[in-house]
Design a protein around this ligand. Sequence first.
Ligand SMILES: NC(=O)c1ccc[n+]([C@@H]2O[C@H](COP(=O)([O-])OP(=O)(O)OC[C@H]3O[C@@H](n4cnc5c(N)ncnc54)[C@H](OP(=O)(O)O)[C@@H]3O)[C@@H](O)[C@H]2O)c1
Length: 314
Amino acid sequence: MKAMVLREPGAPDNLRLEEVEKPSPQKGEVLVKVRAISINPVDTKTREGKAFYNQLNETPPVIIGWDISGEVVEVGEDAKFFKPGDEVFGMVNFPGNGRAYAEYVAAPEAHLAHKPANVPHHEAAAATLAALTAWQVLVHEAGIQPGQRVLVHAAAGGVGHFAVQLAKYFKATVVGTASAENHDFLRNMGADETIDYNEYKVGDVVRDADIVLDSLGEENTRRSLQTLKDGGKIISILGGAKEAVQQLAKERNIEAKNYLVHSSGEDQTKLAELMAQGLLTAHVSHVYDFEDMAKAHQQVETRKTRGKVVVTVG
Ligand SMILES: NC(=O)c1ccc[n+]([C@@H]2O[C@H](COP(=O)([O-])OP(=O)(O)OC[C@H]3O[C@@H](n4cnc5c(N)ncnc54)[C@H](OP(=O)(O)O)[C@@H]3O)[C@@H](O)[C@H]2O)c1
């Protein structure tokens, strides 16, 4: 099979299409013929030799990627939830080695969900790592409740645009930060208020938030403490809740923590149900062919992508 292999960490061009051995599904796994892959900032960081590179390099050749949508073509021993012909999507083995930039991926069936029939593969692939992050942060970490006020940073991005929609689905009031050209997009996703981060410091203009989703890091996490009410929660997906920030938060009766998404077929199924009903949409702004993976990485690295970047296979 063909896979996008990384022989040396570095520039996007280091990703090369090569012939590699097709995986076979192990116990509890299914073999998925991949139709679409979504690309995340963690993919580009790993390609540069950061993030998960060392872990992936333990089992060469290094094949990056975690987010897939495709069709089950084979089932391993004890795999009982899916059968050949089923269309599935999910984030495979995260944190860990997903080996998703390939024509075939062996995936634990516990990491997958049935793809809704009315959602195309490129949109399903887009609603995996980023959508799971938004879901796990808001539902499991923050325990979102109707009527709460939720501040979503980088709301026009992959994680952000799912978080806005999900917070709205849970009947929260949603405030999103983005540059001005993305404000109509945020409103279409369900944001009640939009803040242009180029013009305002969010700590100066937002108050009484119950939940903040930070995806920008320590300085932003610290500044965002001012936006939270007594008893509020801030969850950083970029390690922003450093010890000093946690201490500051504690003094104000705010909970500040870091979070790393994990594969979950159960959560993916919840997202699939919302997508099937049209209550959650993946906005895919860029679609590339498999051989143009380097261009997909360059787009993610602009840090200006609206919604998601997807690569189609086959
Ligand atoms: N811990 C975890 O589990 C986890 C999971 C997923 C992602 N992450 C991390 O979270 C970060 C975001 O991921 P992503 O996939 O959402 O990224 P992304 O899709 O690449 O984010 C792009 C968006 O960021 C916005 N943006 C850039 N600078 C901004 C700023 N200063 N303030 C507000 N918005 C800004 C841009 O909006 P404008 O064009 O309007 O500027 C753009 O729409 C990444 O660093 C990623 O590695 C962590």
